[in-house]
Design a protein around this ligand. Structure first.
Ligand SMILES: Cc1cc2nc3c(=O)[nH]c(=O)nc-3n(C[C@H](O)[C@H](O)[C@H](O)COP(=O)(O)O)c2cc1C
Length: 273
């Protein structure tokens, strides 16, 4: 089930199309959703000023609870944002983000994390390195695809679509676009020692603290899985010590659009009593 937009309520402002992470919303006179592309994330309905999106998949929207505690309101409002203003984020604020991120738990209290803060034009340079690395990772798939198609059609189809996605990213980047890092004014990569078996968990804990603190001070953020996949390129780019590995990357900046509602998910809980 995809998002449902009411043509009679839609004013055609196009905010939904701008924030849609999968570019599933197109705009003619009114907005329309391509059901195959829709992730049901609800970004469209959360920004719509006219309340024209009635549901995201089967999930309903709720308005922010003005009676809620500060933490409840923070969690209701926090979204993965990819549309940033051009304003840079000060060194002072970026340092504060890391200060609070480092308060996150770490396995055996090792707190061995390192933070790499990339800003300005360097973000776009990092993006180029990440995209090249993604294409290099996918290249061998091209050789094995014909064989894989015989033995495992489904796997071959998903590999082939990834390969196409990475090559489309390269085209967009070469044409001046920012398909991976979304024009974010800052990116923070978090690394942990390769010897730490729970290094990824440590970095993800810090990443979540960082993003929630960012939200509390009016900054928007979004995890960047592609940089994590292409961690080798990011490590070279940031001169990460040989014995460390980047396990998390977050895009940061000031949000271009405000979210008015949030998706009320149906939690899948099993009570064992
Ligand atoms: C492990 C992980 C990797 C992700 N990687 C990306 C990414 O590379 N690019 C991106 O735009 N969003 C990325 N996201 C964000 C999700 O796409 C996002 O959670 C989803 O669109 C729903 O939006 P919401 O967080 O506002 O509910 C990632 C999230 C996770 C947990």
């Amino acid at each position: 089930m995809s998002a449902v937009i009411s043509a009679s309520l839609c004013t055609g402002c196009g905010l939904c199309a701008k924030v849609c992470p999968s570019r599933a919303v197109t705009l003619q006179k009114t907005a329309a959703v391509n059901a195959e592309r829709c992730l049901s994330c609800g970004h469209c309905g959360a920004v719509c000023p006219a309340g024209a999106v009635s549901s995201a998949g089967e999930k309903e929207f709720s308005v922010f609870d003005p009676e809620g505690s500060a933490v409840e309101q923070l969690l209701q409002g926090k979204r993965s944002v990819r549309e940033f203003k051009e304003d840079s984020v000060s060194r002072e604020i970026l340092s504060d983000l890391v200060r609070y991120a480092e308060m996150a738990p770490s396995s055996r209290n090792t707190r061995g994390r390192k933070y790499f803060i990339i800003t300005g034009n360097r973000v776009s340079e990092l993006e180029g390195a990440v995209i090249d690395n993604l294409n290099a990772i996918a290249a061998p798939a091209g050789i094995f695809l014909p064989l894989l198609r015989i033995f495992n059609r489904k796997r071959a189809a998903s590999l082939s679509s990834l390969k196409n996605l990475f090559s489309a990213m390269k085209k967009s980047y070469d044409a001046g676009g920012h398909p991976v890092l979304c024009g974010a004014p800052a990116v923070i990569c978090i690394a942990s020692p390769k010897s730490n078996m729970q290094g990824k968990d440590d970095c993800v804990c810090a990443e979540q603290y960082l993003m929630l603190y960012a939200e509390s001070i009016g900054l928007a953020s979004c995890i960047n899985g592609y940089t994590q996949i292409a961690h080798k390129a990011a490590e070279t780019f940031c001169s990460v010590p040989e014995n460390y590995r980047i396990e998390a990357a977050v895009m940061l900046g000031y949000p271009r659009y405000a979210y008015r509602r949030y998706v009320r998910y149906t939690e899948d809980i099993s009570w064992i009593e």
